[in-house]
Design a protein around this ligand. Structure first.
Ligand code: MN
Length: 228
């Protein structure tokens, strides 16, 4: 086991508890922010993502963003009163708040990433998300190629995303901590392509990590819940 398994506040409604909105809620917790429980065992994504990677990525990197965020909002009543999502949106695009944005957005992005995967996931979706991929993105094969291309060509650290923008699905990439959520886009799915996400398991083979993510890990139920 890695990290503290305490916090439920960051994704309080992730399981669609009674009374919660149908869309998965991530980022509704307020300070002090806590490391959310992983939605699976730390070796559940092996061999695509090993427990060793989870130990550093979740147990160290994600935790450090949370620790940094809590230090940045400490003794600041306006920031402490905001949800994580509100902190991200309030600090986005402001160079004077870059440290706050980077840490807050990385807390949100990582929580979203852990939920974007599940053991035995990946492959073609079904149901509503399949229909939308067919109508908006030209079908699963084209989605897969375009998502992999976005993730592969993100230069340096960053993320690739499946989002809904103005009522239509879209694939976008973002650098460093940047997140479509900050611009009010509806995020459905993400992959972390920072080297810390894959280097212990795949070294320089980012494209192989991305292909394995698509074939074996994608949590389509999560994407469909986010679609609402
Ligand atoms: Mn990461």
């Amino acid at each position: 086991m890695v990290g503290a398994a305490a916090g439920t506040a960051v994704w309080a409604a992730a399981d669609g508890a009674a009374g919660s909105p149908p869309r998965v809620s991530i980022g509704t917790g307020k300070a002090p922010h806590t490391l959310p429980k992983l939605p699976y065992a730390d070796n559940a994504l092996d061999p695509v993502i090993s427990s060793n990677t989870i130990g550093f990525h979740y147990g160290k990197h994600h935790q450090t963003y949370i620790t940094n965020l809590n230090n940045l909002v400490k003794d600041k009543p306006d920031l402490s009163a905001m949800t994580l999502e509100e902190v991200v949106k309030a600090s986005a695009g402001d160079p004077a708040k870059a440290g706050l944005f980077n840490n807050a957005a990385q807390v949100w992005n990582h929580t979203f990433y852990w939920h974007s995967m599940k053991p035995g996931g990946g492959g073609q979706p079904s149901g509503k998300i399949k229909a939308r991929i067919d109508s908006d993105l030209g079908g699963y094969d084209k989605f897969k190629a375009d998502f992999a291309a976005a993730a592969t060509t993100q230069f340096g650290s960053g993320w690739a995303w499946l989002i809904e923008d103005a009522g239509k699905l879209a694939i976008v990439k973002s650098g460093n901590a940047e997140t479509p959520m900050a611009q009010g886009k509806k995020c459905l799915l993400t992959i972390d392509v920072w080297e810390h996400a894959y280097y212990l398991d795949w070294q320089n083979r980012r494209a192989d990590y991305i292909a394995a993510f698509l074939d074996k890990l994608v949590n389509w139920e999560f994407a469909e819940k986010n679609l609402g």
